[in-house]
Design a protein around this ligand. Structure first.
Ligand SMILES: [Zn+2]
Length: 110
């Protein structure tokens, strides 16, 4: 899973390099700089609290994988293939993601 906070100015997610499994394992207060070059707060220190942090499961890779299987199904068998491809892709994504989804949910509930 990936931990992030939202920039207080542009609301875009800023990743946190931290292995905390629950909110209590993060520092109570920490600082981050917005990494988006077009943000007014770019490269300026912002203060966050541990409860500002959120967890998201998986990464772009898992979602991309499921989508690609769905597209492959569409190429092979039209609407039915798309349905099957999507179902298989989604199932594989879920199987890989389950622990990660639980970990993210646990963090968000903490
Ligand atoms: Zn920003």
């Amino acid at each position: 899973m990936q931990l992030f906070v939202k920039c207080k100015t542009c609301q875009r997610p800023l990743g946190i390099a931290n292995e905390a499994a629950v909110r209590a394992q993060l520092p109570e207060y920490f600082t981050l700089k917005c990494t988006y070059a077009d943000c007014p707060m770019h490269d300026r220190i912002q203060y966050f609290e541990s409860h500002d942090a959120q967890a998201a499961s998986g990464g772009a890779g898992t979602v991309g994988g499921a989508l690609m299987v769905g597209v492959l199904g569409a190429l092979l068998g039209g609407p039915l293939g798309l349905l099957l491809g999507g179902a298989v892709g989604g199932g594989v994504g879920r199987a890989i993601d389950t622990d990660d989804v639980r970990a993210a949910a646990r963090f968000n509930a903490s």
